[in-house]
Design a protein around this ligand. Sequence first.
Ligand SMILES: [Ca+2]
Ligand SMILES: [Ca+2]
Length: 227
Amino acid sequence: MCFGSVCMRIKFAILAAALCLSSAAQAVTTLTFDADTACGLTACADGSVISQDYGDTADFNVTYATRAGVGATALIDPFVRFWSTDYGDLQGIAYASVEEGVTEIRIEPLGQRGLSFTAFDIAGWFRTNRNTSVHLFDLQYNPLEAYDVVAPGVGHERNEFVSYNVANGFILQIGPDAFNSGIDNLVFDTLDAVPGVPEPSSWLMMILGFAFTGLAVRRSGRAAARA
Ligand SMILES: [Ca+2]
Ligand SMILES: [Ca+2]
């Protein structure tokens, strides 16, 4: 129960706590390559380039390219492209612009929140029987991890990473022959995204809010005792 200004202060403290919690909310981004959002202002058609703005948020800049080979090799096309279907059971995927090309997706965190890479899906074009490989680099193309994947022309393969935290960003490359490998449902997040753990500035706001409320309740108690 609360009265008058005490009530207002309790509400302020609760509001401050709620704001603190929401300020530390997860900033999960999933690149689903939907036709109506992935290519900019006009809807994607098969073969359209994926917009360099697609997936950009206040926390991340995402950049797409097709390279001649794995690593810091020549750029064949400063884009990757959209296809609606025919890659396993995935709908709306990104693929390398040319035969033998390597799909590159670079994700750079903006500001101080870091980056955690969680998962992506891959599937082969329905007429291919070629597998491919996954390569992860830091932003200077120092190798972090590499492995072969089966990119089936039916269904899809889910690639999940447990706590794959790359604070300064990373480059994902798929290839060779990423022309026949569709990438979808790429999930990444800010590193500080632990639900319910406020940032230091938020803690300060919350502590001040509760201290203010405590003071108000004590004063109110004294006033009531005197009355
Ligand atoms: Ca971008
Ligand atoms: Ca999709």
